[in-house]
Design a binder for this molecule. Structure first.
Ligand code: ATP
Ligand code: MG
Length: 377
């Protein structure tokens, strides 16, 4: 917060208007630590870049410059208004306008449409503060119009309901119901980001209730995945925990998520976590061969009490490279050239060391190797 205020003060002393806006104002009023800070200003990007030493052009075409001070980044965006919507997705043109009110008007919900000065004075044109008190998510202006401008806002409303444990205002919810099918026009990548945040949030079940009730779920790819009992779902903060819960309880595999274009890492994590969750017993080899994320996802799914991080840290080795011997040792000891035998022997040693049957000491392994392995090779 200090850094954001410093940025505002500096812009003001250079003769520009500047305010803290968006989620940071909301979170500040809720007494939560804002994740990131957005400042809206009358200065244009070139001017912002002149004022601050360290900046990154993160979204200069949208008028946004990231200002870096110490280890903190503040997104500084020129006041803007969005016009000429030809489809339900993104504005065609972003005009720079010299007005805070115009900037706030284009924001999605009243609780996200407040601004704050460097003196912590609130600018609240749409009654955001009252809605915060009443725990309400209410569209700025005419909800119908706002969802037709950008249909993703419907999913954002649902996301914030779980993130903040708020209700969606009646009229806003009715407009979502009427316009749910517009979500089909939104790029799946944007949808995935919101769904991930839904899956990760504290009150995911609340968001999912709204997703179903509003009719949005029916319009989403694999929307039937949400039609399960979420009673036992405990969000872990990892978005995949929600996706896995849905897959597990609808008896589907990762391919059901194909439309969401998961990254390779996510695909592997889902497949591996499902595999681990299906294992009857977890032993040292299990803790060794799955990543911590995969184990935690699977443990969450099975409501296992074990703490995979602790179990993993107790293993004699964490990876092949921790073994006291390598292929060269085995070749030297046996006098044989590399070949399929080498991989087998190393795999055998690895498994025994991990499972505590063989000590990870060169002499001990050598002894074992001559005794058990080298005999008939
Ligand atoms: P979070 O704490 O999850 O980051 P946030 O409110 O900061 O919540 P962002 O997605 O980071 O949400 O967006 C920052 C601000 O930009 C919002 O508070 C809102 O004012 C505005 N905003 C973001 N997306 C939209 C949108 N699709 N339509 C209108 N305004 C939006
Ligand atoms: Mg944010």
């Amino acid at each position: 917060m200090k850094t954001a205020i410093e940025v505002i003060k500096k812009l003001k002393s250079s003769g520009y208007e500047a305010y803290l806006v968006g989620g940071a104002v909301r979170d500040f009023l809720l007494g939560k630590d804002p994740k990131d800070f957005d400042v809206a200003t009358s200065a244009e990007p070139v001017q912002v870049k002149e004022i601050f030493d360290r900046t990154v052009d993160t979204g200069i075409q949208h008028g946004t410059v990231l200002v870096l001070i110490g280890g903190t980044g503040v997104e500084v965006t020129t006041f803007r208004t969005e016009s000429d919507y030809t489809d339900n997705r993104r504005p065609d043109r972003v005009e720079f306008v010299n007005s805070l009110a115009e900037d706030l008007k284009r924001r999605d919900f009243t609780i996200n449409a407040m601004a704050m000065t460097e003196e912590l004075e609130l600018v609240d044109i749409f009654g955001g503060r009252q809605d915060l008190e009443e725990k309400l998510i209410r569209a700025v202006g005419e909800p119908e119009e706002r969802f037709q401008e950008d249909a993703l806002r419907m999913l954002r409303a649902v996301r914030f309901s779980g993130q903040l444990d708020f209700s969606i205002d009646e009229q806003t919810l009715a407009a979502i119901k009427r316009n749910a099918s517009l979500i089909r026009s939104v790029a799946v990548e944007r949808i995935k980001i919101e769904l991930d945040k839904i899956m990760a949030n504290q009150h995911a079940a609340r968001s999912i209730d709204y997703l179903l009730y509003s009719g949005l779920a029916d319009q989403l790819p694999s929307g039937d995945l949400f039609r399960i009992d979420w009673q036992d779902f405990k969000p872990s903060g990892d978005p995949l925990s929600g996706w896995l819960y849905a897959l597990w309880h609808s008896k589907k595999d990762a391919s059901a998520l194909a439309s969401y274009k998961l990254s390779n890492e996510e695909k592997t994590a889902v497949a591996k976590a499902l595999e681990a969750a299906g294992l009857e017993h977890w032993n040292q080899w299990t803790y060794y061969s799955y990543t911590l994320r995969q184990l935690e996802l699977a443990a969450g799914l099975m409501q296992k009490q074990q703490n995979p991080a602790v179990q993993k840290s107790r293993l004699p080795v964490q990876s092949k490279s921790d073994l006291a011997v390598n292929g060269r040792d085995l070749m030297e000891w046996s006098g044989q050239k590399a070949g399929p035998w080498l991989k087998d022997a190393l795999g055998d040693i690895e498994r025994r060391v991990v499972c505590g049957e063989l000590e990870n000491e060169k002499d001990k392994i050598k002894e074992w190797f001559f005794d058990e392995y080298n005999r008939d090779k």
